[in-house]
Ligand binder design. Structure first.
Ligand SMILES: Cc1cc2nc3c(=O)[nH]c(=O)nc-3n(C[C@H](O)[C@H](O)[C@H](O)COP(=O)(O)O)c2cc1C
Length: 345
């Protein structure tokens, strides 16, 4: 599967082209829009989310609600299309692409960086992920996410308090989220080349989400603190049940291949870089001291980042599934999958 997205934060809209989705898949636009809505929710989101009520239009690749196997083009229109008239941005925000992007591309306005660097683009990721989820659901593969901690706090009440505290202090806060994929069969990904490893592909996809700074699979960094006998998941065989693994420290992937257990991924998102009480910066033209620019912004987007991560993992899993079981028609893939399940039983 190949995916390309385009679109600026305050441009006309976001566009995605997905090539490689097989023919014969029933597409439910309501499902795609529900995923887009989930991305916009979560405690700590800013005013922009109240303006945008995202919905995806399918422009190609689908007829009578069924995929044709041809590229699927999606459009999410921006309600707030103001890119031509928005004010210039001249003070780069620490923690954003502002400074490096401005220097790299030779712009005279930092807005020309932030319009594309903005996490608005993650709406396109979520739409592509929704299509991938629809495909995966045909094979009973489901992906969910949850917020593990906010600013180091883990209880539901303390997490909310932490966000409220950040709002009060005109600050921002990050956190950790977890994504879990259930029903993933043994055999997605491979050890034969580094870029075919499922763990590497998942890590790259999650690390591509703006603001994500750490990714771990299964026990992750916890592996570094224990003995091998304490962490590797023993293998048993039980009549009637088949192969049984009582623990899942591997997070569902061994040797770059899914092992049939749930895939469990955790990621850390840094605090939002736009601060209402801005950090020290400079005026990029005069180089004189200035406070960093302030844009309309979220205070905490960890829950939404989890929704984006579900989509990112869905794309990786759908891609790996298509590699393993064929890629043209859902009916053929189902036949190949049934044959495979019988063989490995
Ligand atoms: C769903 C989501 C919403 C975000 N909302 C904002 C925001 O409102 N303001 C902001 O400054 N950063 C926001 N971010 C984070 C920035 O996009 C990110 O910190 C920035 O791109 C720099 O991070 P990087 O160094 O990982 O690229 C958001 C990220 C995600 C995933």
């Amino acid at each position: 599967m190949r995916i390309l997205t385009a679109g600026e934060s305050h441009g006309r809209g976001l566009v995605a082209i997905i090539e490689g989705m097989p023919a014969g898949l029933k597409i439910k636009p309501d499902f795609i829009n529900a995923q887009l809505k989930r991305r916009q929710m979560g405690f700590g989101r800013g005013k922009r989310m109240q303006i945008e009520n995202d919905s995806a239009q399918i422009l190609s690749g689908v007829k009578a609600g069924i995929t044709l196997g041809s590229p699927i083009a999606l459009l999410i229109e921006n309600k707030d299309c103001s890119i031509e008239t928005l004010h210039k941005v001249l003070s780069p925000r620490p923690g954003h692409a502002d400074l490096a992007g401005f220097m790299k591309y030779g712009f005279s306005d930092i807005r020309d960086v932030l319009e594309r660097a903005s996490a608005r683009s993650t709406a396109a990721t979520v739409a592509c992920g929704a299509l991938s989820k629809i495909f995966l659901l045909e094979f009973c593969i489901r992906i969910v996410s949850m917020v593990v901690s906010i600013g180091g706090e883990v209880s539901p009440k303390a997490k909310i308090e932490k966000i409220k505290e950040a709002v009060e202090k005109k600050d921002t806060v990050g956190g950790v989220f977890e994504i879990r994929a259930t029903g993933v069969p043994v055999g997605l990904g491979s050890y034969v080349q580094p870029d075919r490893r499922l763990d590497a592909r998942i890590a790259a996809a999650i690390m591509s989400i703006p603001g994500v700074k750490g990714v771990e699979i299964g026990l992750g960094f916890g592996y570094g603190q224990r003995l091998g006998s304490e962490v590797h998941d023993p293998i048993y065989y039980e009549k009637g049940k088949g192969i049984v693994r009582p623990t899942n420290n591997a997070g569902g992937i061994e040797g770059g291949i899914s092992n049939g257990q749930d895939i469990v991924v955790r990621a850390c998102m840094k605090p939002i870089a736009t601060l209402l009480s801005p950090l020290n910066s400079i005026n990029i033209l005069s180089r004189k001291a200035a406070k960093a620019s302030v844009e309309r912004s979220d205070i905490c987007a960890v829950e939404s980042a989890g929704v984006v991560a579900e989509a990112s993992i869905a794309v990786v899993l759908a891609d790996a599934f298509l590699e393993k079981f064929g890629s043209d028609s859902v009916a053929d893939i189902k036949a190949g999958f049934a044959h495979y399940l019988k063989r490995i039983k």
